[in-house]
Design a protein around this ligand. Structure first.
Ligand SMILES: Cc1ncc(C[n+]2csc(CCOP(=O)(O)OP(=O)(O)O)c2C)c(N)n1
Ligand SMILES: [Mg+2]
Length: 279
């Protein structure tokens, strides 16, 4: 990756993180952890990998995106606002009715959001449906799906995984935000050890790319390139080994940063930390 491109993505990821914590501080609390763990992925998707038009969010030729872990709405809103889908000031309205930015992503409210999510597991099925519809129409666009690791305890994820493989949805590119934590405990605790996500998706007939540095923009970018150059018929799962709350020491070190209260003063302190991460 060119040095300038990496620099640009690092800056974008830091700006996304700054906006996530800032918007949550305006409402007082929210889903910090799972938003920050996915910030680098958002930077890569909206920083060039995904084909979208901020001035025409429903453009038919766009790639589609389903944030199945819908509670991470803030990280998507930050990326969308920074890309110009809507004014930055709108971020201050997060989760305060009649906002266009509900805590969980909603396709009927927010420009750039393709699917309503929040009930974990459902986005896997809707993304498979979107990818199938595009394929049946002979269209070349990609469908991107973002899943949580706790979310993968929903049986629906595996129903969709089998369906997507059976339908040969090779333009469905999914990401598993494997941050090791769910709402109130560790994944290993719930599943009794190593959940072996890469092996499980491979067994369900997916092309799997395991990214050990799941918060490294260059590693994520390269994985997406690899997914796009894959010429087989399988859907692709990119397993991103991430850190919940990544980038903000206060969140990373909390016992649970899944949903946490954030003051305006804390947001300013977090912004200073993120500013250091721009290079
Ligand atoms: C069907 C369903 N059950 C429970 C919840 C409540 N819930 C919201 S987030 C969450 C934990 C999700 O953990 P994970 O998928 O690992 O997300 P992340 O760590 O990325 O925040 C739970 C249980 C929900 N939204 N939907
Ligand atoms: Mg998790």
């Amino acid at each position: 990756m060119e040095k300038e491109k990496k620099q640009e993505l690092l800056a974008f990821a830091a700006d996304i993180r700054t906006q996530v914590v800032s918007m949550i501080s305006k409402v007082g609390s929210g889903h910090v952890g799972g938003s920050l763990s996915a910030a680098d992925l958002m930077a890569c998707l909206y920083g060039g990998q995904m084909c979208v038009d901020p001035k025409n969010p429903r453009w038919d030729g766009r790639d589609r995106i389903v944030m199945s872990k819908g509670h991470a709405g803030p990280v998507m809103y930050a990326a969308l606002a920074l890309k110009g889908f809507f004014p930055m000031e709108m971020l201050n309205t997060l989760n305060q009715p009649p906002t266009q930015l509900p805590s969980h992503t909603d396709r009927n409210r927010t420009p750039g959001v393709d699917m309503t999510t929040g009930s974990l597991g459902q986005g896997a099925s809707t993304a498979a449906g979107i990818a199938l519809a595009l394929k049946l129409s002979g269209k070349e666009m990609y469908t991107y799906l973002i899943l949580g690791d706790g979310e993968c305890q929903e049986g629906q994820v595996w129903e969709a995984a089998g369906f997507a493989a059976a339908q040969k949805l090779n333009r469905l590119i999914a990401f598993l935000d494997y941050n090791g934590k769910q709402l109130d405990c560790e994944i290993a605790e719930t599943l009794g050890g190593d959940p072996a996500f890469a092996q499980k998706f491979a067994a369900f007939g997916w092309n799997v790319i395991d990214v050990l540095q799941g918060n490294d923009v260059e590693a994520i970018w390269n994985a997406i390139d690899q997914a796009k150059t894959y010429s087989g018929e399988k859907p692709t799962m990119v397993v991103l080994h991430t850190v919940k709350g990544k980038g903000w020491s206060e969140a990373e070190t909390q016992e649970s940063c899944h949903s946490m209260s954030v003051t305006v003063a804390q947001a300013a302190q977090a912004a200073a930390e993120f500013a250091q991460q721009k290079r």
